[in-house]
Design a protein around this ligand. Sequence first.
Ligand SMILES: [Mg+2]
Length: 340
Amino acid sequence: VNPPVCAEKPSTPALLSPNPSYFLVLQKDPSKALVIAVTTRAIFNLEEEHKLYLEKGKEEYIRHQQANQDKPLPPGTAFAFIQAAQYVNEKILESTPAEKDLFDILVLSNNSPESGARIINSAKHYGKGNPSPGYLKSHGVKLFLSADRTDVCNALRRGEFSPPSHIRKPTTLFPSSTPLRVVFDGDAVLFSDETDKVFREQGLEGAMQYERAMEAVPMGEGPLKAFAMHLGKMRKKFSQEKSPIRTYLVTARSGRDMGIRAIKTLREWGLAIDEAFFMDGAPKGPILAQIQPHIFFDDGLHNIQGAQNVGVPSAWVPSCSAQGTEPVEGKPFGGKGRIS
Ligand SMILES: [Mg+2]
């Protein structure tokens, strides 16, 4: 049984919860766009302000934000990812000016209008779009990034913003560069956690037997499938050499026996991944350090930690327990024989 990693509690402080009083829209056509919702604390570095809010309270926080409203906030953990997504938009518009299939970035904020001016000014300072406050009736959000674990847990529990991910700050940030590089884990991220479950119940031998028996059957959808499919659709607008997007699968499955079904599933979905790495249980950190992705998604906290240690911005994708209520860490095949 996996211990729940998120306590049942309200988001604190409300300032940063994903139940925003407003959000900023940088692009507009949610029916066509690839919608990413990101909290202010994930996109901007608000650590000092967050501390001030916790220690001195809301009024002092508002006073500080008003006094500094023309001073752009420093970039946060998700900043390079969002910037690379905007670069992809530019490249798409260069080749097809009328294209509506673009990244649509929603910046979620619980700031009041008095304290929110600095956020809006910062978004304007860095952004190419013209951010305007709107009200959240959103849907079609394919990725939600928050720097607050409780936010993510609450969003998961309420079924909002599927899939929510907790973005983790690495020890050092790689310099931002293009193209946009996104790394996905396999089991319980792109794919469902069905094989993880078999492993938990029956061990590695059981999981391998299951995979052999199911070889011809594609795996179920994982929480990041919809996002990855949309990214793949954007990716197809370009030739391999000119693509502003590169996608990677870095899975702890082995390439031999456990890799076949992963490859077949991607083929069945029509999801072209630029490079796939089958780590056979080896740590993911070294390969991530080479790829230098703008973001890495994994359900295993040991992999997230490994990514953070080599300076890779990473997003933890929690999964639900059997009851579907408690977000838990994916407990993939740890240690020897780990496949997920
Ligand atoms: Mg996994």
